[in-house]
Each structure stands twice: as structure tokens, then as C-alpha cells.
Design a protein around this ligand. Structure first.
Ligand SMILES: Cc1cc2nc3c(=O)[nH]c(=O)nc-3n(C[C@H](O)[C@H](O)[C@H](O)COP(=O)(O)OP(=O)(O)OC[C@H]3O[C@@H](n4cnc5c(N)ncnc54)[C@H](O)[C@@H]3O)c2cc1C
Ligand code: FES
Length: 1284
């Protein structure tokens, strides 16, 4: 939170912003409050922090301080926020773990209004022991001393705001003038100087030392640039006015404006509404926005349509330009050397016969740029309502926004007809057909759709709108979220804390920012920072490497590569084919060639880009199709088979063939990979802090890299900021490289990836392609499935063979194919090596299986739900894997409950009616099931250890082999320890996970971490209890502390190691022979989702999701509900928004949270109901609980199935009754084009034109193309491999 004193209003103003966007000099005269200033575990938590803890509004906690500060800032500024305000501020904060629901609940609970204005709708049923939050304890009533006081110095001393300042640094000088005259003087003295305002656009260049000049002139305090005036004629907006100030001003002006003026203001507010996020709007200025001249900037498009004038001034001249003037739009003005500054913008007020509208379609609602934005201005003749003037501006289709004024004769009082569509579409297409942009057909379709919306909106304002087109104007945006969580909690008896909804063990320090993640560990005085030197080619011979330019920089200590590895330099989970450093050949973009060691992270990163590598390029393979074509496979084919598939296919009453593809998915844990390797002075000992889910693997591989035994290498971690499977083999790599460096130099070495590097060059979920043939009868009874599955493994083997097996596992159940055969092939490609990702192949398998069911349903013209129901596995039947017998299956109960909870049958009828009556909006609903095996198939990794130490004050220190990455394993383990020892939970402390406390740990994953480790803790605690038993008998009334003390006096050991192996299976599964039971037990669940699509834009919203899960007798229902909601949202992201693409070079296009679109607050279900099945049949392991981390993710597939239903309804309106194959993920472009209405069909031909253009442009060099895209679509293309 940034605070400053506003002399105009004589008050302190607070705003939230992103630390990464704000240069330190910008903050001159302002106060910054971080989470540490809000509350602390020592002095008491703030109500917001307390509510987050009590509402279980955090998991890994990496996003939590940001959440706290967002809410805190809102409350400091607005004592009476509405639910809408709470939801809006959350648009700027991403959380990968929780699914936002509990965060929203916590915010509602801590809302300072104290009047329930934020409309608490959430239900939590049957929670008997959950301590209720005292809603009266509002911010108003709490002790005011908790709030940080604004420093009086900043209030009293006017110099901070009124005096110009100059800061000089190593690379840049930063001048902050306060008058225009001073600005011109500076510009004259430093002709190359760069002007900055909020720095949100140019900050990237500033941060990476890319500005051409070393003088930066920050104009935010120049008085003449801060004007904000409204008259009957126009609005005058100073170039330094931020979007937030503008929004407040417009809202205020609206109150006294007349109706036509209000129309214009309303329209400008709509252009501001979805422009970035509050954190950006609070500092970004209208001047910076316009002068960035980006193709997709929302307000620029609006201003062009509005006929706004841009007022420039230099030392001696003044000039004004229409925002739509081509001379400005194409060539721009201002910039270094021109001596010119944009001073203000005049936006004309609307008169009686003028109308102005704005439309924008992002990929993700909230925190996203426009795919296309449109501003539309129209002036009609007063009485006749004939068209007098028209200006429609389309942004982000070409390299600059473009205005089209001539759409021929249009009579807005008449209904829109197919002829009008055709005419408008042709004009738009003519204007943009040569644009070099992605998704041209979709963009043109969107543009025509926006024109249509504009037409209707005008008709609405003219009060001539009728007919069933009206629904085109309804929003497809979720707000006013509601939810319910339903579970039983037993009454708490004594110290029995299992089955209670207890918050995470570290919840409090996480909310206060006291919790330590690896990169928070304070620096050692002699520490070096490491940055990797990355391959810029997908497949090439490395001809030469010259680190000299990097080594010449003062502070750069060394360059290391494969020659510095004393031991082995290859590793791998199954096959050791992963190289620590490339050696002569690179196999993907981003592969580590070497590494730079320097005295600071900035220096190391900068220097790593200066290492000169020359390559000889070799042919590369990226996709599954390319790999099949060139037979590029990892030689580990796998087949799972039962029955006689060929015969069954021949005998089947009916057969159906199809092809199904799933996309990749990035883990997007919020904490990037990081490690700190600390060499000890003696015996080659190393202490390694690593953000890893696999401490044992890191220890084992580092031991081989360094050629020292494992007992000298201690790997440890306190917590992870999310893992999701992505912090296994990739942490071996990062930590391995740092260990080589630390060992060579004998000093601590730290290596932390930046977001772009982590997102682009680490492994992901495998993309898949499946060709299947299924056999069934006319009633939908399944008899046989044959499929050929291809998984894109990337450049190395890693865990891909197991992932392939797990895709097949999910294809094979819960529907019974008596005859079943799937061949899996792993494609070897030149992309990062894909590995574990939450669900481990099962999400892909679930997607494929459920789509086979819907394909068959479509073929038979049946309800897919019927097919699901009649083919569900039953008690006593055996699954394909090792003929494992099914016991205690609850899936049909889950399905019945979900149908009941979601009112499935009546909603289905409502949806059918909705789809009949709405032309441009369609709805769909679908159900999906999960049957997830728990307990690893390979016998050896089903083991865990724990160490329990009891001290003489009765406190208990527990160490175990599991790593808490947000899934709550520590609190579950603490609950088990407290319950077994019969002590209060406060007596238990869970230590960091460290390989010197528990050796040979199993990687934390597979939803089985609590099962194994709590099992080991239970054993250890029971061992100690056994020892204490005789003492207890002697002194039955002794307190725990007395008992412990007596034990010590009697010389009874108060520590025990526990070792646990599950005992449910007599023998284990052999994957290759397909014998032996697959698992210990199954977790079951069913989800039902309802969606609505906008057929004109392709946007969708998730109306409602109901989930019923059988998690056995949950160890901690609040944690499990969190896993279900968060997991489901991750699955939902996989099938809707999380699109990954490669450019022709093999370079992953996505590099950050803006262009890799994990779900945000607006993407969660409008209503989200989660129930834990009460009718559990038992099963599970520890206290009859079941593993839960991964299964709910698989249920996300139901959103895709529901979208497909909605699309089919839209297609049916246009006479198409086919089985449309909706791609995965179903992004807005895919949904929009699938609707196949006259508009999208009209633009279909553009694909042909595009093909021709692609051929022509392939003659450009790749570098030119990238440069071209960089300049023409600035924010679509991120830094290169060597950039950040
Ligand atoms: C996370 C994020 C999300 C975003 N989402 C959206 C979105 O959804 N829609 C959208 O439209 N935009 C979006 N943006 C872009 C945002 O609108 C721009 O970054 C912002 O408007 C730039 O304003 P600024 O004050 O920060 O400009 P700066 O970065 O300070 O400056 C930008 C450019 O303008 C020049 N300049 C600034 N002022 C003047 C002047 N007075 N005279 C001459 N030249 C000048 C500077 O030299 C520089 O070249 C987003 C940005 C971020 C970081
Ligand atoms: S709790 Fe939000 S990212 Fe983990």
C-alpha cells in the first residue's frame, strides 16, 4: 500500500500497486506499508489476517500477503465497501491454490462496514466446532493503534510534493520536475531523455537497462499535467492523471451532468472498467497510455471513436491533434528528441443526438488485454434519425487501432438483417484482411459482433429495440458469488482433533508475512548468485561459447558448465538421460548451457545474457504430429490390455472412431524455483535449502553430480509456495547447478528463477493425442475400447512413462469397458521435458474418456448421463489394472447426490427453454466422475518415516518426510500426533522437512503424502505411548507434563522414529505385467457444472458447480474442501483458459501472469457448492480418511463438456447437428468460431487469405518476424530465452 498526502483534499490517500512495477524513485514523498506493517503474530493479527486464517483462505500462502494488502488498502480508503468492491479489488490478485472462494469469504467476514453490506451469502453447514468469527469486531471498533500511522513529516513538509528532485544512480538519473517549464528545460538539456509517468508500460525497459538515454524525466508531479476539468463542452484530462483518479472524477461529474453527457461519461467509465487492474490503474496515466501507442490499449480506441483531441506542447509551440488522426496514430508524436509533451486530452461531451459505446473482449475477464476492443460513435440527424456521422474504431486487429467511418447507408431504427451483417462484415474484412495477427478470423468475427452489439445498444437507447436479439446485450460476467460447503464435523472430545476443520499450521505467520520461503532466507555475507545461460535454439550443435564479455563485468566471479561437474552430469527418474548442462548439443530452447556466478542476482542475470554462444542449427520436432511423422519417440512403448479387443470390435453392435487432443498446462506455482546451497567448512558437507517436493531425489542426484556420499548432503525445506508436481525433477536441475558452483567456490550460492524463465523453460503437463475406436450397443452399453495414445514428452524421459500409464488408468475407469486396449507412445520433441503435474496424466485420461462417452451419446442421440450411469463400475467388479477388485465403491451415490444438489433434471429443462428463447446466449450442463487410485503402484515408494521428540515441558517436535506445499499435510500430521498422544494441538510443532531427520523420503505427491507420513507419525507416537503406559497406570491422574517428567526421571526414551507402510495390499502392482492390485483404495467424486456462452464473443461464464466427494472420514474437512475447490479450478483452467503456444522457433510464447491465463476471481463459479459425502463406506487409510489433492482437478473436465453442450445448442440454431470437437483448452476464440453463425462463417474465407500471407511471410527470417510481432503487438511477445 502506497500512501501520500493530498493537499487538495487535505487527506491521506492510499492505493495498492505491484512492487515490481514501481521504481523506487517514484515513491519520493510517499509512505509504503507492507504486510509486516499490518499485524504480527507477536502483537496480534489484524482482523483481515485473522479472518483469512479462520476462513481457511490460504493454502501455500505465497499469494496471501498480497491478498491481505489488497483488502487492507480497500478498507483504509473505503469504510463501507460492497461485495462488488471486494470482488473487484481481487481481480488484481492471483491465487493458484484456493479457487478464491475462501478468500472472498474471509474478506466478507472482515469487511469493516459491519453492516453486512457485502452480503454474506456463504453457507457452511454442519460445522459444529468451527469457531465463528465475531462479525462485530470490525475495523472501526478494533484498536486503532494497529493501523500504521502516516508519517507526519510527509504531511507537514510541502517540499516532497512541491519541489523538483533529481536522483542519480549507477545507470540512470531520475528527475522529477514540478512545472512544465522545468520539464522543457530538462528536455532541452537532455534531448534523449525518456519521459515517464506511471512506468507501467516503459518500466520493463527501465528495469532491464534498455532505455536509450540515462536520463529519466518523471512528470507525475507537473501541475499543468494534472488538470481535471469538466464543462458542458468537454472534459479536459491532464496527461498525468491516473485511471483511478479519472474514474473517481467521472463518477463525481456524472452526478451533475445532463443525460446526453452522462451517456458519454458512462461509456468512458465502461472503457476504464476492464482496463488492467486496480493495482495498475492506480499508477498508470492516460498520457502514458496514449503515448505508448500500443495496438490494444483500450482508452486509445475509445478516445479515437470519441473524437478526443490530444494537446501537445513544446518549449515554444502548442498543437492539438485528433486522437484518430492518422498522422498521430501511425507515426506518433513526442518521444525523445522531439521536445514535445502531451499535456492534456480534451474529450467532447455528447449532445442530444450523439451516442458513444465501448466494447472489449479479453481472453480472461479481469487482468487481461483486449483481443479486440471497439469504440463506436454515432451522430444522428435530430428528427429523421438518419445517420449524420459515424466513427467506429477497432483496436488490436492491425498494428494500430483503426477508424472506419463509412459503413454505407445504415438505418438504425430497422432490424438487423443478414444482408446488413454481410455488408458490415465485408467492410471490416476489407479493412483488415492483410493484418498480420494471430486469430484473424476470430478477431474479424469479434469486430463484426461488436458492431452488431453497438447497433443493438443504439436501438435500445433509441427505444426501438425489439425481437430476440436483446440477449446479445446481456453481460457474460460473474459477480455476487455465492457458495456452500457441506460436511459433518464430530463434536470435539478432549484432545481428539482429527476430523476437525483446523487451520493450516503456518496460517498465522503466512498472513503476517513472517513465514519464510527459501528465497526469504537472509543472505550470507559471502553469498554468490547464480543465473543460467540458456540455449536460444531448439536443436543445434554448440559451436562455441565465449563468456569473456560477461566475466569482464566487475562483480562477475565465474562461468561454469559441464566441465566443472566432478561426478555424473546426467540424471533422471527412470532413465538417466537428463543433462545438467548441455554438452555439445542443445535439445530445447531454455536448456542450461552454463551458469554465471556474480555478487548480486541482477548482475548475474545481466551477465548471463552476455555469454556469446554460436550454434549450428539442426532440424527440430515440436508437436505430436511432427514426432509421429519423423518417428521421434522415447523407446518405451506401453500397452494395457484386457479381453479380446479385436474380436469384441468385430462383434460390437455399433462402433465409433474419433480423435481427441488435450493441450499442455503450466504448473504456475506462485513461488518460482529457488535454492540456496551452503557448503560447510569441513568434510565436504553441504546444507541445501531447496524449493523441492523431492528432497531425497535432490540429495541423491547432487551426491552423484559431486561424487560425495549422501550423508554429507542435507536437503531441507520449510514450505513451498505451491508445487503441483512441478518441483520434482526441475528442482534437481536448479539445485544441482547451484551445488556445482557452491562446491567449486566454497561459498553459499543462491539460484532463483524469474517468472518468465520458470514458466517457459520448465516441464509441464503432457499434451496428448488419442485415436480411438469404441464398441457399444444401441442402449449405450459399452463393450470395447481400443486407443492409440501419444504423449508429448519433450526432450528427456523424466517421468513420462508413468504419466502415460496414468493417462490410460483414467481412460479405463470408472466406466467398464469389458475389453480394453490402449497403446501408449511417448513423443520425443525439442521442448522442455514434461513431467509430473497435479493429476499426473489422469486429467488428460479423464478428458479423453468423458469425450468418448459424449461422442457415443451423440452418435446414439442419447443423454450422455445415461451412458455414464449404465456403465459405471459396480461393487465386486474388477478394473483393467491387475484385475483389482472394487470394494466400497460410492460413485453412484456421489452422482445421485450431485444430481440432487444441483437440481439436475429441472435445471436441464430450464436450460433447454433458455436455449430455445435466447438467440445469442446458450447454456450447457454436464456431469463428470472421478475414481482415483490411492497408494502408488510401485511397492517401493509406499513407505514413510517420522521422528517424534518430546521435551520436558511437554512440547512435541515432529519431523516427517512430507513437504507442505499448501495441501495441508503438516496440519493433518499435527492433528494425528495430538490425537494419538492426547495432547492439545498447541503442544505439537511440525519441524521443517529435512533429510537428516527422516532419510530416503518418498517424493511428496500423488495425493498420498498425508496417508504415508501421518501413518509414520502415528506409529512413532504409539511407540512412545507404549513406553509411557506403565507410568500412566501408576499415576492415572498425572498431567501430560508430569508424565513426561516422570518418564525422563525413570530414564524412558522420549523420542521415537516411526516407520509406516500401508498394509491394504498383500502384493503390489506390476505395471509391465499388469498383475497385482493397483492401489490401496479409491477416492471417488462427481461434479456438475452449468455454463453460459456469449455466441457473439465466445466468452463464457461458469454459472454453477456442484461437487460431491467421497474423502472417507476427512482428517480435516476445511483443508479437504480447499483442495477440492482449488483442484477443480486448476482443472477448469486446463480445459478453458490455460493456453500454451510455441512460435516457429519452438519458443513458448507465454511468459507471465498476464499472457498465461490461470483462472482469476471472475472465472470461478457464480455458485459453488461442495459436499463431502456423508454416506462413506469406509476405506481410506489413516483414521479412514482418503487422499484428495489430485482427484478434484480431473472434475474440471465437466466445464468443457458443458461448454460443448452450449455450443451444440448454438450450432443447432444454424442447422448443424454434428458432433463438434471443441479443442482443449476452449478459449473464447474456439468457442466463438464453433458457434458457426452467419458472422463467423462470413469471415471463414479469411483463413485462405491468411495461408497465402503465411507463405509470403515465411520468406522473412524468424528474427524479423519476431521483431515484427514485437513492434506490432507489443505485449503479446515477451522476452527471449536470454532475457527476463
Ligand atoms: C499488468 C498490466 C495490465 C494491463 N492491462 C491493460 C488492459 O487491460 N488494457 C489496456 O488498455 N492497457 C493495459 N495495460 C497497459 C496500461 O494501460 C499502460 O501500461 C499504461 O496506460 C501506461 O501508462 P503509464 O503512465 O504507466 O505510462 P509510462 O509507462 O510511464 O509511459 C508510457 C510511454 O508514454 C510516454 N509518455 C508518457 N507520458 C508522456 C507525455 N506526457 N508526453 C509524451 N510522452 C509520454 C513514455 O515516454 C513512454 O514511452 C496493462 C498494463 C499492465 C502492467
Ligand atoms: S495460497 Fe494462493 S497461491 Fe497458494
Amino acid at each position: 500500500m502506497v500512501s501520500h498526502f493530498d493537499r487538495g483534499s487535505n487527506s491521506v490517500r492510499h492505493f495498492s500497486t505491484n512492487a515490481c512495477l514501481v521504481p523506487i524513485c517514484y515513491l519520493h514523498g510517499m509512505a509504503v506499508t507492507t504486510v509486516e506493517g499490518v499485524g504480527s503474530t507477536k502483537n496480534g493479527l489484524h482482523i483481515i489476517q485473522k479472518s483469512l486464517v479462520e476462513s481457511h483462505g490460504l493454502q501455500c500462502g505465497f499469494c496471501t500477503p498480497g491478498m491481505v494488502m489488497t483488502m487492507y488498502t480497500l478498507c483504509r480508503n473505503n469504510p463501507n465497501p460492497t461485495q462488488g468492491d471486494l470482488e473487484r479489488v481481487l481481480e488484481g490478485n492471483l491465487c493458484r491454490c484456493t479457487g478464491y472462494r475462501p478468500i472472498l469469504d474471509a474478506f466478507k467476514k472482515s469487511c469493516p462496514c459491519g453492516l453486512n453490506l457485502c452480503n454474506q451469502e456463504t453457507k457452511t453447514e454442519d460445522v459444529k466446532s468451527d469457531e465463528k468469527i465475531d462479525v462485530d469486531q470490525t475495523l472501526k471498533k478494533k484498536d486503532g493503534t494497529q493501523d500504521v500511522i502516516f508519517p507526519s513529516e510527509l504531511k507537514l513538509n510541502t517540499d516532497y510534493a512541491d519541489k523538483s528532485v533529481l536522483f542519480t544512480g549507477e545507470k540512470y538519473a531520475w528527475a522529477r520536475p514540478i512545472t512544465l517549464a522545468e520539464t522543457f528545460q530538462l528536455m532541452q538539456n537532455y534531448p534523449d531523455a525518456t519521459l515517464v509517468m506511471g512506468c507501467t508500460y516503459i518500466g520493463y525497459q527501465l528495469k532491464n537497462y534498455r532505455l536509450k538515454s540515462d536520463m529519466v524525466i518523471c512528470c507525475t508531479n507537473v501541475k499543468e499535467l494534472n488538470v481535471l476539468k469538466a464543462s458542458d463542452k468537454d472534459l479536459e484530462i491532464g496527461a498525468a492523471v491516473t485511471f483511478s483518479s479519472l474514474e473517481s472524477f467521472l463518477n463525481e461529474t456524472m452526478k451533475s451532468a445532463k443525460e446526453p453527457q452522462q451517456r458519454g461519461i458512462r461509456s468512458m467509465l465502461s472503457a476504464l472498467r476492464w482496463l488492467a487492474i486496480d493495482q495498475v490503474r492506480n499508477i498508470a496515466t492516460i498520457g502514458g497510455h496514449v503515448m505508448s501507442k500500443a495496438p490494444n490499449h483500450d482508452l486509445q480506441t475509445f478516445l479515437m471513436a470519441a473524437g478526443a483531441k490530444l494537446n501537445f506542447q513544446s518549449k515554444d509551440t502548442k498543437s492539438s491533434w485528433y486522437a484518430y488522426d492518422n498522422k498521430f496514430v501511425q507515426n506518433g508524436r513526442g518521444g525523445p528528441g522531439s521536445g514535445e509533451v502531451l499535456v492534456s486530452i480534451s474529450v467532447p461531451m455528447l449532445s442530444e443526438d450523439e451516442y458513444l459505446y465501448f466494447f472489449k473482449q479479453p481472453h480472461r475477464r479481469g487482468m487481461d488485454y483486449a483481443i479486440v476492443n471497439t469504440g463506436a460513435y454515432v451522430k444522428l440527424k435530430s428528427k429523421s434519425r438518419e445517420l449524420e456521422n459515424l466513427r467506429v474504431c477497432f483496436g488490436n486487429i492491425a498494428s494500430h487501432p483503426r477508424v472506419i467511418s463509412n459503413f454505407g447507408t445504415l438505418d438504425f431504427t430497422k432490424q438487423w438483417t443478414d444482408d446488413v451483417i454481410s455488408g458490415i462484415a465485408s467492410i471490416i474484412e476489407n479493412e483488415f484482411k492483410t493484418s498480420e495477427t494471430d486469430h484473424l478470423q476470430y478477431k474479424l468475427t469479434l469486430a463484426t459482433g461488436f458492431f452488431f452489439k453497438f447497433y443493438l445498444r443504439l436501438q435500445e437507447d433509441l427505444k426501438v429495440l425489439n425481437g430476440n436479439d436483446r440477449c446479445a446485450l446481456e453481460d457474460t460476467i460473474n459477480e455476487g458469488f455465492k457458495s456452500g460447503q457441506y460436511y459433518d464435523v464430530p463434536n470435539k472430545e478432549g484432545n481428539i482433533i482429527i476430523h476437525q476443520p483446523t487451520p493450516h499450521t503456518s496460517a498465522q505467520p503466512i498472513t503476517t508475512g513472517e513465514a519464510i520461503f527459501v528465497d526469504d532466507i537472509p543472505e550470507f555475507s559471502n553469498e554468490l548468485f547464480l543465473a543460467h545461460v540458456l540455449s536460444e535454439k531448439a536443436h543445434a550443435k554448440v559451436i562455441s561459447i565465449d563468456p569473456t564479455p560477461a566475466l569482464e563485468l566487475p562483480g562477475v566471479v565465474d562461468y561454469i558448465d559441464h566441465k566443472d561437474v566432478p561426478g555424473h552430469q546426467t540424471y533422471g527418474m527412470m532413465i538417466k538421460d537428463t543433462k545438467l548442462f548441455a554438452d555439445g548439443e542443445v535439445l530445447f530452447i531454455g536448456q542450461t548451457i552454463g551458469a554465471i556466478l556474480a555478487t548480486s542476482r541482477e548482475l548475474a542475470r545481466r551477465a548471463s545474457k552476455m555469454v556469446k554462444v554460436t550454434y549450428e542449427e539442426l532440424p527440430a520436432v515440436f508437436t505430436i504430429d511432427e514426432s509421429i511423422k519423423s518417428s521421434s519417440f522415447i523407446p518405451m512403448p506401453y500397452k494395457l490390455e484386457r479381453g479380446d479387443v479385436d474380436k469384441a470390435l468385430q462383434e460390437a453392435e455399433m462402433t465409433l472412431e474419433g480423435e481427441i487432443e488435450t493441450g499442455s498446462q503450466e504448473h504456475f506455482y506462485l513461488e518460482p524455483h529457488t535454492c540456496l546451497v551452503v557448503p560447510k567448512k569441513e568434510h565436504d558437507e553441504l546444507e541445501i535449502y531447496t524449493s523441492s517436493q523431492a528432497l531425497h531425489e535432490v540429495q541423491a542426484e547432487v551426491s552423484l553430480f559431486l561424487h560425495i556420499p549422501r550423508h554429507k548432503i542435507v536437503t531441507k525445506v520449510k514450505r513451498l509456495g505451491g508445487g503441483f508436481g512441478g518441483k520434482a525433477s526441475d528442482t534437481v536441475h536448479n539445485t544441482g547447478v547451484a551445488a556445482i558452483a557452491a562446491f567449486k567456490h566454497g561459498v553459499p550460492v543462491r539460484s532463483t528463477y524469474d517468472r518468465a524463465r520458470d514458466l517457459r523453460f520448465t516441464g509441464k503437463r503432457h499434451g496428448t493425442k488419442t485415436m480411438y475406436k469404441a464398441g457399444f450397443d444401441k442402449n449405450g452399453k459399452l463393450s470395447v475400447l481400443h486407443a492409440d495414445l501419444y504423449c508429448n514428452a519433450g526432450w528427456a524421459t523424466d517421468s513420462s512413462p508413468f504419466v502415460g500409464v496414468w493417462v490410460i488408468m483414467a481412460m479405463s475407469m470408472p466406466y467398464n469397458f469389458p475389453h480394453f486396449r490402449v497403446n501408449s507412445t511417448l513423443c520425443k520433441t525439442n521442448i522442455p521435458s514434461n513431467g509430473a503435474m497435479r493429476g499426473f496424466g489422469a486429467p488428460q485420461g479423464t478428458f479423453i474418456r468423458e469425450h468418448i462417452i459424449t461422442d457415443i451419446a451423440k452418435y446414439l442421440d442419447m443423454d450422455p448421463q445415461k451412458i455414464r450411469e449404465i456403465n459405471l463400475y459396480k461393487e465386486g467388479e474388477t478394473i483393467v489394472h491387475g484385475n483389482t477388485e472394487i470394494e466400497e465403491i460410492t460413485l453412484s451415490t456421489c452422482m445421485d447426490k450431485v444430481k440432487e444438489q444441483s437440481n439436475f433434471e429441472s435445471v436441464k429443462a430450464e436450460i433447454a427453454e433458455f436455449n430455445r428463447s435466447k438467440k445469442w446466449k446458450k447454456r450447457g450442463m454436464a456431469i463428470c466422475n472421478v475414481m482415483f487410485p490411492m497408494g502408488y503402484p510401485p511397492i517401493v515408494i509406499n513407505q514413510a518415516g517420522a521422528l517424534v521428540l518430546i521435551y520436558l515441558d511437554g512440547s512435541v517436535l515432529v519431523s516427517h518426510g512430507g513437504i507442505d506445499m499448501g495441501q495441508g499435510v503438516h496440519v493433518k500430521c499435527a492433528q494425528v500426533a495430538a490425537t494419538v498422544l492426547n495432547v492439545p494441538l498447541e503442544k505439537i510443532h511440525i519441524a521443517e522437512t529435512s533429510i537428516d531427520k527422516v532419510p530416503n523420503t518418498t517424493e511428496s505427491g500423488g495425493s498420498y503424502v498425508a496417508d504415508l507420513n501421518a501413518g509414520a507419525i502415528k506409529v512413532a507416537c504409539e511407540t512412545i505411548l507404549e513406553r509411557l503406559e506403565p507410568l500412566k497406570k501408576k499415576k492415572p491422574d498425572a498431567t501430560w507434563e508430569e508424565l513426561v517428567s516422570s518418564a525422563y526421571n525413570e530414564r524412558i526414551s522420549l523420542s521415537a522414529a516411526g516407520y509406516y507402510t500401508p498394509t491394504g495390499r498383500k502384493n503390489y502392482h506390476d505395471i509391465m505385467k499388469n498383475i497385482g492390485p493397483l492401489c490401496e483404495y479409491f477416492t471417488y467424486g462427481t461434479a456438475c457444472s452449468q455454463v453460459e456462452i456469449d455466441c457473439l464473443t465466445g466468452e463464457h461464464r461458469l454459472l454453477r458447480t456442484d461437487i460431491v466427494m467421497d474423502v472417507g472420514k476427512s482428517l480435516n474437512p476445511a483443508i479437504d474442501v480447499g483442495q477440492i475447490e482449488g483442484g477443480f479450478m486448476m482443472g477448469c483452467g486446463m480445459v478453458t483458459s490455460e493456453y500454451l503456444s510455441l512460435n516457429q522457433k519452438g519458443f513458448i510464447d507465454q511468459y507471465g501472469p498476464v499472457n498465461y491465463k490461470v483462472p482469476g476471481i471472475r472465472n470461478i463459479p457464480q455458485e459453488f457448492h461442495v459436499s463431502l459425502l456423508k454416506e462413506v463406506k469406509g476405506g481410506g487409510s489413516i483414521y479412514s480418511s482418503k487422499g484428495i489433492g489430485e482427484p478434484p482437478l480431473l472434475l474440471g473436465a465437466c466445464v468443457h463438456l458443458a461448454l460443448k453442450e452450449a455450443i451444440m445448442a448454438a450450432r443447432a440454431d444454424h442447422g448443424l447437428n454434428d458432433n463438434y470437437r471443441l479443442p482443449c483448452p476452449a478459449t473464447p476464440d474456439k468457442i466463438r468460431l464453433a458457434c458457426a453463425d452467419p458472422v463467423s462463417k462470413k469471415h471463414h474465407d479469411i483463413n485462405e487469405i491468411k495461408k497465402i500471407l503465411t507463405t509470403i511471410s515465411s520468406e522473412l527470417t524468424i528474427e524479423n518476424k519476431i521483431e515484427h510481432r514485437r513492434t506490432h503487438s507489443k505485449l503479446e511477445v515477451g522476452p527471449s530465452a536470454q532475457e527476463e
